[in-house]
Design a protein around this ligand. Structure first.
Ligand code: AMP
Ligand code: MN
Ligand code: MN
Ligand code: MN
Length: 278
């Protein structure tokens, strides 16, 4: 069983890196990549635990990027985590999250919701990685939203009242940094972006021109018809295919089962055939 996209307390997940590996092992995982947002601080602990449990461990990260004013996530896999240029890019992306969170808090205060910034910060294990997930959790806990999804559709989603425009890494810079660190670049959860068919094709074309390698054909709880659609899209663009649960915490219905993604449609070329690390 393979899972090449999940999160720990290093970013916006609920489990420690070692706990993520333990749960993946329980679920029958044989190959795992930990892909925290913009941070590789969990890889060492996760790798040690994975070796203990006979899981093939792959270095991972999910980089927040901006493409034509939109936020697109790029997963890097099997890279050299000590590459200075990649670490420099990640540090730059992390910088600015706290300021952005203050703006989100201010916007919620204008709607009569007070204390969100302090509340969300208290939920973030790693303050420099404060994310909208922490705001969503706080909004749910304090009765301002029914669930996480509702917190995004009411307040935090793009274009909603507490949305704050933010410049992440340039998409091209992120892909080049991953390739420079001898890794593979993957478009995360393409089915989640609100893009027209043309914009989606442009994104894939540009990603291929930059030297990007793959797209996630399965993400989270997506269904067979979506997997088939993206398997065809990957084939049309000459991209390899990846799979990831995008697990953040237990009971999160938008995430899949940690460590145990469905099989790829047969037309796909798996990204893991190109991994260097053992
Ligand atoms: P940020 O990096 O601060 O913009 O937060 C993005 C994170 O919020 C993603 O990695 C997801 O974990 C979560 N997220 C984004 N959109 C949604 C959504 N519609 N429903 C639930 N979680 C979401
Ligand atoms: Mn997340
Ligand atoms: Mn993502
Ligand atoms: Mn993710």
């Amino acid at each position: 069983m393979i899972d090449l996209h999940c999160h720990s307390t290093i970013s916006d997940g609920a489990l420690l890196p070692t706990e993520v590996v333990q749960l993946a092992a329980q679920n029958g995982c044989t190959m795992l990549a930990l892909t925290d947002h913009d941070h590789t601080g969990g890889l060492a602990d996760a790798r040690t635990e994975a070796m203990r449990r006979n899981i093939r461990f792959i270095n991972g990260v999910e980089i927040s990027t901006t493409w034509r004013g939109r936020s697109i996530h790029i997963v890097g896999l099997d890279f050299d985590e000590h590459d200075a240029n990649l670490q420099n890019l990640l540090a730059n992306v992390r910088h600015g999250r706290i300021e952005r969170a203050q703006h989100i808090g201010d916007k919620l205060a204008k709607k009569g919701i007070f204390g969100a910034f302090d509340g969300a910060m208290a939920l973030a294990t790693n303050p420099e990685m404060i994310s909208r997930t922490h705001f969503a959790d706080w909004l749910v806990q304090n009765g301002h939203a029914r669930n996480k999804q509702n917190a995004f559709s009411k307040y935090l989603g793009d274009g909603k009242c507490a949305a704050v425009k933010h410049e992440w890494a340039d998409l091209g810079d992120a892909v080049r940094a991953i390739i420079g660190a001898r890794g593979l670049a993957i478009i995360a959860h393409p089915m989640r972006y609100d893009l027209s068919a043309t914009a989606r094709r442009n994104l894939f074309d540009e990603f291929v021109a930059l030297g990007g390698h793959a797209m996630e054909v399965h993400s989270g709880s997506c269904q067979l018809n979506e997997r088939l659609n993206y398997a065809l899209a990957a084939e049309r663009h000459g991209l390899l295919a990846s799979v990831g649960s995008d697990f953040h915490r237990l009971g999160d219905y938008s995430g899949g089962v940690l460590g145990a993604c469905p099989e790829l449609p047969p037309i796909c070329k798996p990204v893991w055939d190109y991994f260097r690390s053992s």
